[in-house]
Ligand binder design. Structure first.
Ligand SMILES: Nc1nc2c(c(=O)[nH]1)N[C@H]1C(S)=C(S)[C@@H](COP(=O)(O)OP(=O)(O)OC[C@H]3O[C@@H](n4cnc5c(N)ncnc54)[C@H](O)[C@@H]3O)O[C@H]1N2
Ligand code: MOO
Length: 391
């Protein structure tokens, strides 16, 4: 058995075949930039008002102005004003030539074509958004490997960019093993259970931005598992098994990877859940076999598969997918293994949830991530910081 840290460093050192693809920013969910993006224009492209009010040219001691016109958002006619004059202006509307300041309408009294205000309310340069104050034409506004977030999509749109080059997500095949596994909707006979792993992984992969996900189910028969993997390797970059990787007489995944000439990277880790985790590589394709218990599947996916997919997709910080928070109560670790626990981060503290058995899914309904208790530690005291991996 190898340590969790060793397994992670093996995966981190893999050479993953990255492909670039151009996508609409609105379709780049979960993606990372494969190019840096430069602004094609000054933003704002014209001086404009940050408030509804009056634009004027500031002078010391000013307390009244003569109104000579109006500038609304979208207006392209250019006003020109002289000192002592103002125009009515609205948020986002172009500043008139000769004006350098805006006074909010709440601060003035209007009488006919004149406005009056306290002179200390007039400040030079106030409420003006200057041309190029967000970014100048040619400035780099997003670096390669940046995540496409809602904020990033907004920034890119502001400079007129609706399409970007990102790293393509790997094509994934999920192979669900087990004679007992039935799809939701079918009637369960004694000994049968619903497929909890397939839907969870499919959902999670979508959340990561992996759009090409193929899911197949194979029975616990060697030939079927071997053939399932053979076909999956033909169409995918990443194959993820669930179940069948332990030592039972009907666990054929280990034999199937060998029969398909997949080179083992590691098998069996000093961790709970997920001790019999397997990872291997065939040419540039990666194969994971996640131990079948759903707790083990979710924990192993979080620790190993998610960061690997993120690296594949260009996230340069993929393996730092945790934050440190104080634990809410003492925790005693009774096993000499790294333990990953279903946990809830609430009010700045992480609470280890009841029901940690790897078949028991109740706590997963509440959990918003996992806590890691390292291999060497035997207990953690309330208030001590632990690593928390959010979904
Ligand atoms: N003698 C030993 N037995 C076991 C060991 C061991 O070291 N020595 N390890 C245990 C651990 S830890 C785990 S985890 C499991 C992993 O076994 P497999 O990967 O072979 O998984 P299965 O036996 O196929 O299934 C385990 C468990 O999970 C349920 N399961 C499987 N797939 C699904 C699914 N898609 N949805 C919901 N539940 C699923 C399955 O019915 C079993 O109950 O091995 C231990 N045994
Ligand atoms: O890894 Mo197993 O999930 O401890 O049952």
């Amino acid at each position: 058995m190898i340590a969790v840290t060793k397994a992670k460093s093996i995966l981190q050192s893999l050479n993953l075949p990255q492909k670039k693809v151009r996508v609409q920013t609105v379709d780049a969910l979960g993606c990372f930039l494969a190019e840096s993006v430069k602004s094609t224009l000054n933003v704002p492209s014209f001086d404009n008002s940050a408030m509804d009010g009056y634009a004027y040219c500031w002078e010391d001691g000013l307390s009244e102005l003569e109104l000579i016109g109006e500038s609304a958002a979208g207006a392209s006619n250019l006003h020109k004003i002289e000192p002592g004059q103002a125009i009515r202006i609205f948020t986002g509307a172009p500043m008139p030539e000769g004006a350098d300041s805006v006074i909010m309408q709440e601060k003035v009294q209007r009488k006919g074509a004149r406005i009056f205000f306290e002179s200390e309310e007039a400040e030079q340069g106030k409420h003006v958004r200057y041309q190029g104050s967000q970014c100048q034409k040619g400035a780099t506004i997003a670096e390669t490997a940046s995540k496409i977030t809602p904020g990033m999509v907004s920034l890119l749109a502001s400079v007129g960019v609706g399409e970007v080059e990102v790293f393509q997500a790997p094509k994934v095949t999920l192979i669900i093993t087990g004679n007992e596994i039935k799809a939701i909707g079918s009637e369960l006979k004694r000994g049968q259970i619903y497929n909890a792993n397939g839907p969870a992984l499919e959902f999670w992969l979508k959340d990561l931005g992996v759009s090409e996900v193929n899911q197949i189910q194979v029975r616990d028969q060697k030939a079927e598992v071997v053939q399932g993997l053979k076909e999956a390797l033909e169409i995918s970059d990443l194959v993820i098994f669930t179940g069948g990787i332990s030592v039972g007489d009907y666990d054929f995944v280990k034999e199937a990877v060998e029969a398909n000439q997949v080179q083992e990277l590691f098998y069996k880790l000093k961790q709970r859940p997920g001790k019999p985790l397997y990872a291997g590589q065939k040419e540039e394709k990666v194969v994971f076999a996640l131990p079948g218990n759903p707790g083990s599947v979710l924990s192993c996916f979080m620790q190993y598969v998610k960061p690997l997919i993120h690296s594949w997709m260009g996230n340069s910080d993929a393996w730092s997918n945790y934050f440190e928070f104080p634990i809410a109560a003492d925790f005693e670790k009774k096993i000499p293994l790294t333990q990953f626990l279903k946990a809830e981060l609430t009010k700045g503290q992480v609470r280890v949830l009841q029901g940690q058995e790897s078949f028991n899914l109740i706590a997963f309904g509440l959990a918003n991530g996992f806590v890691e208790i390292p291999e060497e530690s035997t207990e953690v005291k309330a208030g001590e910081k632990v690593k928390f991996y959010p979904w």
